[in-house]
Design a protein around this ligand. Structure first.
Ligand code: GDP
Ligand code: GDP
Ligand code: MG
Length: 301
């Protein structure tokens, strides 16, 4: 199945909760006026679009009406689509400009870090990249085994130590291995971390020190993995992580099975961090680089 179709399917709950109802609202009105805007506002607020983002959307529509760009109700949808695309912002490519480049993957437990690493590795390997993965979530043996399965599926090489070993030591070994094998990309899996868990944040800092010492010139991505089903909570979580690490991009998972896909609309506005990947399922090809136009298209069509 083409990814756009998967995306449409994955976003179907979000669509029926919000965007599918926009048609109904439009049908109920003859003209584009304040009452119509009120209805739209209510619809957006009820979803996980967020209050701030909703206000901005409505204000932009109001301006378009005022200066005569938006007159017919038939044009409301296309005006809305344009606004949403702009608010969501374009996705950005990963910076993989050095050999190796380093992708550190962080986020709370269960957000989908390990699964995302499998999916991203698969995409990179299929583009001909040599990928090494570091199993730096050493809390549970099962976490290391789960990552090993994903590496086998994707064709990435795994560097692992025993359960309970020092994550920074795993990273050190993985860097040495990546250098020796001239790998293109080193991806590092980590344990779930919240900023208030001080020891875990210290661990992250220690991993960073090892990377900076061993690969000072490497292109770096710090990807924060978020679970879309948590809606606006994912935004709060991201703000906490932002205080603790320099996040270069977001991976937004589990857009399938949630009506809260509207959070994508407030992400750029609230966080100023680009969404780089979205996940719409548990399978290896259920992830793709984020494309704002495709995303909005999937919401409306
Ligand atoms: P981690 O603790 O952050 O490493 O999270 P995992 O990668 O282990 O994922 C936690 C659970 O979420 C697993 O059961 C995954 O299969 C599931 N999961 C991850 N991404 C997605 C997604 O995009 N859609 C769905 N439906 N499930 C997902
Ligand atoms: P520190 O632990 O705060 O002093 O930070 P360092 O940058 O000195 O080292 C961080 C971690 O990387 C260490 O705790 C080790 O686990 C690991 N490490 C550093 N050097 C080596 C090495 O030569 N071999 C291995 N296997 N691990 C190392
Ligand atoms: Mg994991």
């Amino acid at each position: 199945m083409a990814f756009l179709d998967k995306l449409k399917q994955g976003l179907s709950k979000t669509k029926s909760a919000i965007f599918g109802q926009i048609d109904e609202v439009l049908k109920a009105f003859v003209r584009v006026d304040e009452d119509l805007l009120d209805e739209l506002e209510e619809l957006l607020i009820m979803s996980d679009v967020g209050v701030g983002a909703t206000e901005e959307i409505i204000e932009r529509l109001r301006e378009a009406i005022k200066d005569g760009r938006l007159k017919e109700k038939e044009h409301v949808e296309s005006a809305l689509r344009e606004i949403l695309e702009e608010m969501i912002g374009e996705g950005e490519e990963l910076d993989l400009s050095t050999t190796p480049a380093v992708i550190l993957v962080i986020g709370v437990n269960g957000a989908g870090k390990t699964t995302s690493i499998g999916k991203i590795s698969n995409r990179l390997v299929s583009k001909g990249k040599k990928v090494v993965v570091a199993a730096a979530d050493t809390f549970r043996a099962a976490a290391i085994d789960q990552l090993a399965v994903w590496c086998e599926r994707s064709g990435a090489e795994l560097v692992r130590q025993n359960e309970g070993s020092d994550p920074a030591a795993v990273v050190f070994d993985a860097i040495a291995y990546a250098k020796r094998k001239s790998a293109d990309v080193l991806i590092i899996d980590t344990a779930g971390r919240l900023h208030n868990k001080k020891n875990l944040m210290n661990e992250l800092a220690k991993i960073n020190r090892v990377i900076e010492r061993e690969l000072p010139e490497a292109a770096r991505e710090n990807l924060l993995v978020l679970d879309a089903t948590t809606g606006q909570n994912a935004i709060l979580q991201a703000k906490e992580f932002k205080n603790a690490a320099e996040i270069t991009g977001l991976v937004l998972n589990k857009l399938d099975g949630t009506a809260k896909g509207g959070i994508v609309l407030s992400i750029k506005r609230e966080l100023g961090i680009p969404v780089k990947f979205i996940g719409v399922g548990e399978k290896i090809d259920d992830m793709q680089e984020f494309d704002n136009k495709e995303f909005v298209q999937a919401l409306f069509e």
